[in-house]
Design a protein around this ligand. Structure first.
Ligand code: AMP
Ligand code: GLY
Length: 423
């Protein structure tokens, strides 16, 4: 009997995950819940109910030998816990450990307890308290919603005007997702690196470094999004950086384990490389998106082996995931992130028999009606280019993105532009 793997999620990250698992050998059958209409040649099931116990029962009865959870929401809701109760092997942390992403104040307090470098911070309840901290720290400052906000809960404040705007948004209009509790953080500066590991709670295997591009427009202008592109590996990353980043992961795993909520799955540290070394901006309890679209490719045909060891708590020593140059460019709908225009016809994807030698498309917000693919979400697809260098990978990614036609759509033209010159 072949192995049955269930993947939970519907984005380009999950498309890349499914593709990686399908490369892991014959006899592996991958089903995605619910997936999206752009995932061709993949078995799909419907959406799972919100209730984790009910979902776990459905997955268990479907005969899944392994469940891999892509997005944060089901992790925070306790789907991994419910699966473990039923003895279904699962990749993803329980809801206790997933608080590392779900609550920024929980993450900050843990970092302080275990000595992980991070910006000074405070919970602030309103204008006057915020002003106290501003007097102490000066600008730039960063406002953060404590809860989940899909990348939209953070405001970096550098000017007087931005300060006023943030006070109104966070304390008067209160229209920030996840913003019932607000954190104020001292602003740091430096390049950012996504340091992501697969871990069984004790051992961990680092993926190659990546960088994502969060702002909507070229030159890092405009509002934050779920991610407009990524590159891997980050040029100039040193053995010392690797050592310091690994120590951050070790401390985080140790702290969570000691406090009774061990973490197993993909742990993501969003680092800022300051002049004093790496400082943690955030932890995520899952693979990044769009980082996953690059990083799952480096697993080659070993994705299933890695994930089975993670789920079983028996990660072998000796895993290494060597870097391979990749650049991903996200195609987004007109109006994204504020008011995406949906329902436009998407054209230019290769048909089944066209094979692409230097890249791949991973689909996200699309739906198919009468054989026609249309946009149905803000981020529509990620084009991933491969090459011998970041420069070559970048050129491949842009060749792919330029073949796609979607009225009004947008993509950044400067993903990996600076780094391709360095790496
Ligand atoms: P977060 O969701 O906490 O990672 O924040 C989103 C983005 O806001 C980060 O990728 C950074 O670009 C920026 N950011 C967050 N915290 C800080 C900080 N303390 N100093 C400067 N920029 C920050
Ligand atoms: N790429 C950032 C994230 O997945 O949160």
């Amino acid at each position: 009997m072949g192995k049955k793997i269930a993947v939970i999620g519907s984005g380009a990250r999950e498309h890349a995950l499914v593709a990686a698992l399908q490369r892991s050998g014959t006899g592996v059958s991958v089903t995605v819940w619910p997936g999206n209409d752009g995932m061709e040649g993949v078995l799909r099931e419907g959406s799972l109910p919100g209730d984790p116990a009910h979902s776990a029962r459905i997955l268990s009865e479907s005969g899944a030998d392994l469940v891999v959870i892509g997005p944060e929401k089901p992790l925070m809701d306790g789907l991994a816990d419910a699966l473990r109760l039923r003895k279904v092997p699962v990749v993803g942390p329980g809801s206790g450990a997933a608080r590392i992403e779900g609550s920024k104040s929980f993450a900050k307090e843990l970092m302080q307890r275990v000595g992980i470098p991070t910006a000074e911070w405070a919970k602030v309840s309103g204008r006057s308290v915020a002003l106290e901290f501003r007097k102490r720290w000066g600008l730039p400052l960063v406002f953060k919603a404590d809860g989940l906000a899909q990348g939209k809960g953070v405001a970096v404040v550098k000017t007087e005007e931005e300060w006023e705007e943030a006070l109104v948004r966070y304390f008067e209009k209160k229209d920030v997702p996840g913003g019932e509790v607000v954190l104020l953080e001292r602003g740091l500066s430096g390049p950012e690196v996504s340091f992501i590991v697969a871990t069984d709670g004790k051992r961990f295997v680092p993926f190659p470094t990546a960088r994502d591009f969060k702002r909507i427009h070229d030159g890092d202008k405009g509002p934050n999004t779920g991610g407009m592109g990524a590159l891997s590996p980050v040029p100039g990353w040193t053995a010392k950086d690797q050592e310091r980043a690994s120590e951050i992961i070790e401390r985080c795993l140790w702290g969570l384990s000691k406090e009774g909520t061990p973490f197993s799955g993909f742990l993501y540290a969003g680092l800022m490389m300051t002049t004093d070394g790496p400082s943690v901006l955030e932890f995520n309890a899952r693979m990044g998106d769009p980082e996953a679209q690059l990083l799952f490719e480096v697993l080659g045909d070993r994705a299933l082996a890695l994930m089975e060891e993670v789920a079983a708590g028996s990660l072998e020593a000796g895993w290494t995931l060597p870097p391979a140059p990749r650049v991903g460019v996200v195609l987004a709908s007109e109006g994204y992130p504020d008011k995406p225009v949906l329902g436009e016809i998407l054209e230019g994807l290769p048909s089944g028999e066209d094979s692409l030698s230097d890249g791949t498309y991973y689909l996200a917000g699309v739906s198919r009606e009468n054989g026609v693919l249309r946009s149905s979400g803000g981020r529509v697809l990620t084009a991933v280019g491969r090459g011998e260098s970041l420069m070559a990978a970048r050129m491949a990614a842009y060749r792919l993105i330029k073949r796609i036609r979607l009225p009004g759509s947008q993509y950044r033209t400067d993903i990996a532009l600076r780094e391709a010159g360095e790496g």
